[in-house]
Design a protein around this ligand. Sequence first.
Ligand code: APR
Ligand code: PHB
Length: 409
Amino acid sequence: MREGDGVERTRVGIVGAGPAGLVLATLLERAGIESVVLESRSRSYVEQRVRAGVLEHPTVELLRGIGVADRLDREGMPHEGISLRFGGGDHRIDFADLVGRGITVYGQQEVVKDLLADRVDGHRGPVEFEVSDVALHDVTTDAPSITFTDATGTDRTLRCDVVAGCDGFHGVSRTAIPDGLLRIAERTYPFSWLGVLARAAPTHDELVYAGHDRGFALYSMRSPEVTRLYLQVPPDTDAAAWSERQIWDELGTRLEADGFGLNEGELCEKPSVTGMRSRVVEPMRYGRLLLAGDAAHIVPPTGAKGMNLAIADVRVLADALVSLFEGGSETGLDAYSDTCLRRVWRAEHFSWWMTSMLHRFDDENDPSEFAGPFGRGLQLSQLRYTVGSRAAATSLAENYVGLPHEGTR
Ligand code: APR
Ligand code: PHB
């Protein structure tokens, strides 16, 4: 809405059109609260960006609850378990048996497409694509604003009651908080993932996590025609240094199991290398600026938590904003950071645990507790216990499928 002096006004200014920003915008719109989403990339870019692929059970339920899950329910792939491979054996973790629910494999870009179709094509609210020079102002007052240059090159000002920083790890929102007020806890892992997306029919109907002596490998998928695979590589790896032959051979070695074979196919895109880090920024609130998703926390992808955590954050935030705008209460905003961080730290621990158990820490200079022969012994013991104890397997299962959004034990 444009005010007399050309300044625009909305309730919530949302920076970032990833899962966090778009789910928040949709939750607010369903509650009758207007927002404006500002996105630096184009619509086609955010819809094509290959990222995560696993939806927790609570995430699927939330997307269904806001009415954006029709295609997810048609095209998503429900999974009732995963397999862990190590020491030449294959061990299935049966989610359905252990915790009575599962996950759904559905690309993040598909979630983003569904949310944008609902909001933009459904004319439910604005998303400004290809904005630049986004800057936040007066976030410690109850009248913050966002200045930005829109896709036409026009400088604009958006006044709002609240700003949601959903702009990811490299976004600007976090920089609006004085360094001295932020507590950052982080860990960088001594390896990366080389990821490939291949036009090859999956040969196995569930995800496989391999903790091979040569290193970690992950077998996943995107559809009945597309396989998604990852290899642990040294942290400074140049993807171009790996030929397709080398990639397929190493994947075949690390994922080897009786009766398992890989369909090799044409790569849909150039292989990419992703660094591995854990990072938590506290607090997630600064006045009327609320951080959500990767803007506040990063997890190594081993636990498939990134997108699910982002969505869990904005579910809490949306409830807090309804209380603010309907009842004038800031109680929800006051509790926002602590409420989210309980789930964030649970997911950080689970992601660290999965990463530490399954990857090879083979640099003798690596100070981590999982390097060298003793570290490998610890890993194999943990893996054997996890697949051999119902209690331990249940712990993995309930964390992997997603603890209830209401809170985290
Ligand atoms: N101005 C506007 N938009 C910005 C800016 C900026 N200055 N900086 C970044 N963005 C946009 C990015 O282009 C991106 O579309 O913010 C969005 C942030 O989206 P994500 O990085 O996907 O972060 P989030 O929504 O928190 O989702 C987190 O989803 O990407 C997956 O698994 C991944 O853990 C990650 C999870
Ligand atoms: C993926 O399919 O991209 C994927 C699945 C599980 C993970 C990480 C990535 O833990």
